[in-house]
Ligand binder design. Structure first.
Ligand SMILES: [Zn+2]
Length: 58
């Protein structure tokens, strides 16, 4: 995974340590296809990685 982090480094805005979305989905919110839903509240996760329940699936 290390090389992947390196690859994403230039556009990473959230430190990986606190990036729950990345750890949960394996990709950043801006890489999520439009229409993907939060597994918890079943609401579409928006471009900022937030959904209705605010946990992004956590
Ligand atoms: Zn949610």
């Amino acid at each position: 995974m290390q090389h992947l982090y390196k690859l994403l480094e230039k556009k990473r805005e959230i430190p990986i340590e606190i990036d729950d979305h990345f750890r949960l989905f394996g990709k950043e919110p801006w890489e999520v296809d439009y229409g993907e839903k939060c597994p918890v509240c079943d609401v579409r996760i928006d471009e900022y990685g937030f959904c209705s329940c605010g946990s992004s699936g956590d």
